[in-house]
Design a protein around this ligand. Structure first.
Ligand code: BGN
Length: 347
């Protein structure tokens, strides 16, 4: 009965039992949660480790969802098609306006600093370094960037633009600049194809792909300046591409041509001496425009070119990329290109 001491005792006894039961329940729940969280932490650490390994080789991102680590299947890009579906064919190329590089930058938002690009949706077939020997021709370079960046992106190339500028005012040495560009570009990225483009030569058709072929390629073939014809069979100037292998086979370019002329013919000699031939696009696709200009100062026709050309076969194995001695003075990353300033020495 209420008020009876034995009744009070019995109630207290029950309450105590309930409290003890609740305590046990509490401990049990805590233990269960602790064990589960331990499992999760272990799984997380293991996954972190395995994802580190994967990301080194396959570039996978882990996905953590409600305490569980899910591994997403590797999203490896498919190779780009042999012929890009983005090409448009013949292009209008004119030089009667002023190029604003800020605008060019805005119109090419996917070009990365230093003039680098690779397609987002597929893996480019080739890694192409485009090397331009340069001095004094700022206006020409602007046209080149204006026209070429959109073309190269449509061609779905993984590419970088390297403008190699000769420092000082001594006689121009184009091949030393091109050889230096080859070596410097390779320090930056694992390029497997090299395009050597005169700053004033612009292709008039984006089907003229700036990549490498099974033979050294003449890209800047049919110039308006020569009535869109090849001036002579051994012509190999304006814009050319050589794979790393082809370039090394000919020991790069000759270092001793100072001033204008003959160096491209020497490169042609090297190519044929090593048993290769020139590949060219057809007469429509290979059309190019050249920006008209007066001859640069300190780039007069080289009187020694005839003599040098007569001895390519004897000199080429010891004069080339294996004997290049130039000094890089600076490397500047601009929005649309990398500029490398070089001391090429004196004649
Ligand atoms: C050639 C030049 C090339 C030049 C083309 C086109 C020579 C070597 C002496 C025979 N070759 O005559 O260097 O690219 O004209 O302009 O001068």
């Amino acid at each position: 009965m209420p008020g009876d001491p034995s009744f009070t005792f019995s109630v207290l006894h029950r309450i105590c039992k309930l409290v003890v039961l609740l305590c046990f329940l509490h401990i049990a729940v805590a233990v269960v949660f602790y064990v589960r969280s331990f499992d999760f932490r272990l799984a997380f650490v293991q996954n972190q480790q395995s994802n580190n390994n994967i990301s080194k080789s396959q570039n996978t991102d882990p996905v953590v969802s409600y305490g569980k680590v899910l591994e997403q299947p590797v999203k490896k890009l498919e190779k780009c098609p042999e012929t890009s579906p983005l090409l448009v064919g013949p292009l209008k190329v004119e030089f009667n306006f002023t190029v604003d590089l800020e605008l060019v930058k805005k119109e090419n938002p996917n070009v990365q600093p230093g003039g680098r690009f690779k397609p987002k949706d597929c893996e480019a077939l080739q890694k192409v370094a485009i090397i331009i020997a340069f001095r004094y021709r700022e206006e020409h370079l602007k046209y080149w960037l204006y026209y070429l960046h959109p073309i190269l992106q449509r061609q779905q190339l993984d590419y970088g633009v390297y403008v190699i500028k000769q420092d000082g005012n001594d006689t121009f040495n184009k091949c030393r600049l091109l050889n230096t560009g080859y070596a410097e570009a390779l320090k930056e990225y694992d390029y497997n194809c090299f395009v050597f483009n005169d700053v004033d030569v612009i292709p008039m058709d984006d089907r003229n792909t700036y990549k490498c072929f099974s033979q050294p390629r003449h890209l800047g073939v049919y110039l308006d300046k020569f009535g869109f014809r090849l001036p002579y069979n051994g012509c190999f100037g304006g814009a050319t591409s050589l794979s790393k292998e082809q370039y090394l086979k000919i020991n790069g370019f000759p270092n001793n041509y100072w001033g204008w002329g003959g160096e491209d013919d020497d490169i042609y000699n090297r190519v044929v001496t090593k048993g290769m031939s020139i590949s060219r696009p057809d007469s429509e696709i290979g059309k190019c425009r050249m920006i008209r200009h007066n001859r640069d100062k300190l780039n007069d026709p080289n009187p020694q070119r005839f003599d040098l050309l007569a001895h390519t076969q004897q000199t080429m194995d010891k004069d080339g990329i294996n004997s290049l001695k130039t000094q890089v003075l600076s490397i500047q990353k601009f929005d649309l290109y990398t500029m490398i300033t070089v001391d090429v020495g004196k004649p």
